[in-house]
Design a protein around this ligand. Structure first.
Ligand SMILES: [Cu+2]
Length: 154
């Protein structure tokens, strides 16, 4: 009787061990297959976020072009007062109505050629500093006789 009981216990133990071994091999085999494909998807999402900062600077940069037609004659400029904002691009269309003249402003290194009666020339410069600057005709004593004006940059 004792040999039979021991034999039955050994068979049961072997069955339990065999059952646990099967479960153990199944649990090891499963995890390696499924998780890896989900991890590799996420990195492709982030680059689309970095596009937005380039949109805002266009609103803050306000640089305008201010165009003035200045008529020169003995011995005056019309107009004799021009006002712009700092940073503006100033375009001067100088029309010489009578005599020999030019239009010159030292502080912005800008001048027309010497023009004869009836000629005109367009020049431009950037008003990059604040103040009141005199423009004038550099021919003879025309400046002293009144061929001058003021450019005010605010
Ligand atoms: Cu002149």
């Amino acid at each position: 009787m004792k040999k039979l009981i021991i034999f039955v216990v050994i068979v049961i133990l072997l069955g339990v061990v065999a059952y646990m071994f099967q479960i153990g091999t199944k649990e090891v085999a499963n995890p390696t297959g499924s998780p890896s494909p989900e991890v590799s998807v996420s990195p492709s999402v982030s680059p689309t976020v970095s596009v937005s900062p380039s949109a805002s600077p266009t609103a803050t940069v306000v640089s305008s072009i201010k165009t003035f037609t200045v008529v020169g004659k003995p011995f005056s400029f019309t107009p004799s007062q021009i006002t712009v904002n700092k940073g503006d691009t100033v375009v001067i269309i100088f029309k010489n109505e009578s005599g020999t003249h030019d239009w010159k402003i030292d502080e912005f290194n800008s001048a027309t050629k010497i023009l004869q009666s009836g000629q005109q020339e367009t020049i431009q410069f950037v008003a990059n500093k604040v103040g009141t600057f005199e423009y004038y005709c550099s021919i003879g004593t025309h400046r002293q006789q009144g061929m001058k004006g003021n450019l005010t940059v605010k």
